[in-house]
Design a protein around this ligand. Structure first.
Ligand SMILES: Nc1nc2c(c(=O)[nH]1)N[C@H]1C(S)=C(S)[C@@H](COP(=O)(O)OP(=O)(O)OC[C@H]3O[C@@H](n4cnc5c(N)ncnc54)[C@H](O)[C@@H]3O)O[C@H]1N2
Ligand code: MOO
Length: 625
């Protein structure tokens, strides 16, 4: 095989073969039995003694010769002479002859001469040192013979066995206190990028800093695949920093995984580091996401470069890297849990790359599984959390039709569709109500998108302001007070919407998908009518009218950060954040369900939660149930 493929995007199969050609399997080792849980046996373990090591009583009773019990039954017992006793853990000092018996406890060595044990319950005391036996026995009854569990020389466990409590049980029984196990591949993780900050450290968003998602995510995924993750400090975006980080990791690990710096920009130099420090075998694969991945070797260690975008990095990891780590660790490929479903919507894609499409599941009113694409882009960490699995779409498929049957490879076998799937307005009361539903999924995409997804038959419920979604079953709702969120104490003395137009105030708006934004637009429209102005004149006069942010607290937070004087928001938000509030009105939030899905358990639960309301509305300033 020609292992170098730089110019064109490689076929995914070629990428898989190239990764398979890397050697990342560590040496086997021996570990104490107490530390063997979860490890994979590297070789066969044979028993070198019999278990049990002696003929053993299985019950408390009397050891005797079975032949002497012939004809005994409840009505007609046979008398035996008691000649001694044997306890577990001691060597018998008695021999059992014809017509004799010895008292014996469970687990004790069968005394010489005896070949069976009668349970104490089937006996009675007789005269003096006599025992009456009220049942007939066959030789071997209530006795476990030496080697019956496992015999010396027998195969106990084979290579590849994953050690769990059961295996520890057998190994303990045969006296093994150390086991040969496959080495755990050590995987060094080097994230690249000047902008990265470890979670827990302070973040300066103004300078473009972001929390490092890939280091911990990849480390967790490595451990899930059976490797040992070793985190290195992230490397800056220059050649020397990357070279030194990769070199150190390569010296200490079986596999080095980097993330970032794989693509086309001037700082994406990692391929040169690999080329010059080791060998670059492949750069670029015809998959989406994850096109710019790299495969190579570095100072005797295997190397894979993941793209910087978290979704791309994790998708590539799952598709290409995890199988290689499992192989190196000697772990079996997990049963892929898959589920068939029909596409809820049509999805187009035609870039000629094999696509790993994150997909969510929802059940319709008949319990049938529907599949919808979740694509918030490779840079959105919520893409994978909001999805349930991946639909693999070959490069020649240009679209998946609505209603078309597809197969979803679930992220794990225990993934289930949510009991309730909703979309619409971002609202704090709704968040609290959803806490009362078991495993709901809710996408705060705004009223407009909420209506659309309910109409498309994707979601079970829509949560909207203004007009309720048409054609649905109304579950009721609540009102919330909206207005302008200003700094505490309202230093600019803002009194209402007219001040936004007339005064020199920096304002932050909500995106047009949000229902609150529609309410605001109507109020501006009303103000324009009142003044006999064009709406446009008013909006042009508002400094920041076009500055729109996505979620319900976002404008207030910008005000809090000193970036604006007033933000569109809710009284509840101002209260929570300890800010000032200028009321402009109330608006109604309505929950509407797909008529075919009102009987789904999660949907019924939400309806009950709305009816009940409890303290939810009382606890939120400006809310009424
Ligand atoms: N002109 C082109 N630009 C891009 C192309 C292209 O073909 N031509 N490909 C795009 C694709 S596809 C991908 S995928 C990315 C891959 O980019 P890099 O691997 O070079 O990654 P960076 O540029 O360093 O980062 C991309 C993005 O991800 C953020 N990032 C990086 N590391 C982390 C981390 N550890 N945790 C969280 N987020 C991280 C980074 O800040 C960037 O926003 O390139 C496209 N561009
Ligand atoms: O390959 Mo990029 O990963 O398409 O987003």
């Amino acid at each position: 095989m020609d292992r170098k493929q730089f110019r064109d995007l490689a076929d995914p199969e070629v990428a898989r073969e190239t990764i398979a050609s890397l050697d990342l399997a560590p040496e086997s080792e021996t570990v104490p039995l107490r530390e063997a849980r979860g490890r994979v046996l590297a070789g066969r373990v044979d028993a070198d003694l019999d278990v049990p090591g002696f003929d053993r009583a299985s019950v408390d009773g009397y050891a005797l010769r079975a032949a002497d019990t012939f004809g005994a039954d409840e009505a007609d017992p046979v008398a035996f002479r008691l000649v001694g006793e044997v306890h577990a853990g001691s060597e018998p000092d008695v021999e059992v002859g014809a017509g004799e018996c010895a008292e014996i406890s469970t687990g004790a060595v069968l005394p010489p001469g005896a070949d069976a044990v009668v349970m104490v319950e089937r006996t009675d005391p007789g005269d003096a040192d006599e025992v009456l036996v009220r049942t007939s026995l066959a030789p071997g009854d209530r006795v476990m013979f030496a080697g019956a569990d496992i015999a010396a020389g027998e195969r106990a466990l084979g290579p590849g066995t994953v050690v769990t409590a059961r295996e520890v049980g057998l190994l303990s029984a045969i006296g093994v206190d150390e086991v040969p196990v496959r080495g755990v591949p050590t995987v060094g993780i080097v994230s690249t990028g000047d902008e990265l900050v470890r979670p827990g450290d302070p973040l300066d968003s103004d300078t473009g800093q972001i929390y490092d998602v890939n280091s911990y995510t990849t480390a967790t995924a490595v451990e899930e695949a059976g490797g040992e993750a070793k985190l290195y400090p992230h490397a800056g975006d220059d050649y020397d920093a990357m070279e030194s980080a990769l070199r150190t990791a390569a010296e200490e690990c079986d596999l080095v995984l980097s993330s970032g710096s794989t693509s086309a920009s001037a700082v994406d130099v990692i391929y040169r580091v690999v080329e010059e420090t080791g060998e670059l075998l492949l750069h670029g694969v015809a998959v989406k996401p994850g096109k710019p991945m790299l495969v190579g070797e570095l100072a005797g260690s295997a190397y894979i470069g993941l793209p910087g975008y978290p979704v791309s990095a994790l998708t590539i990891f799952r598709a290409f890297v995890a199988p290689a780590i499992r192989r190196a660790a000697g772990r079996p490929e997990p049963e892929t849990a898959t589920i068939e479903g029909r596409m809820a919507v049509r999805e187009r894609y035609s870039e000629g790359r094999h696509r790993y499409m994150p997909a969510g599941l929802v059940t319709d009113g008949d319990g049938e599984t529907l599949v919808y694409p979740v694509d918030k882009g490779s840079g959105a960490t919520t893409s994978l959390v909001e999805a349930d699995g991946i639909v693999s779409v070959p490069p020649d498929v240009e679209y998946l039709d609505s209603g078309e049957s597809v197969e979803v490879a679930l992220f794990s076998g225990d993934v289930r569709p949510p009991t309730l799937f909703g979309a619409g307005e971002d609202d704090p009361a709704l968040s609290r109500l959803l806490d009362r539903v078991d495993r709901p999924r809710y996408l705060a995409v705004g009223s407009r998108q909420g209506r659309r997804r309910l109409r498309d038959g994707v979601t079970d419920v829509a949560v909207t302001t203004g007009d309720a979604a048409p054609g649905g079953v109304e579950f009721g709702g609540w009102t919330r007070e909206w207005g302008l969120v200003v700094p505490a104490g309202n230093p600019a003395g803002v009194e209402g919407l007219p001040d936004l137009v007339d005064d020199d105030l920096r304002f932050i708006n909500r995106t047009t998908d949000s229902g609150l934004r529609s309410t605001f637009d109507e109020a501006i429209e009303g103000l324009a009518d009142e003044r006999g102005d064009e709406r446009r004149d008013l909006t042009d006069a508002i400094d920041g009218f076009e500055l729109a942010v996505r979620a319900h607290e976002s404008p207030a937070r910008k005000v809090l950060a000193g970036e604006a004087d007033a933000g569109l928001g809710l009284r509840a938000t101002a209260e929570t954040l300890g800010m000032g509030f200028v009321p402009c009105g109330t608006e109604r939030v309505t929950v509407v369900a797909d008529p075919e899905r009102v009987e789904k358990p999660g949907v019924r639960r939400l309806r009950a939660a709305i009816d009940d309301g409890g303290t939810v509305f009382e606890e939120l300033a400006g809310y009424r149930g």
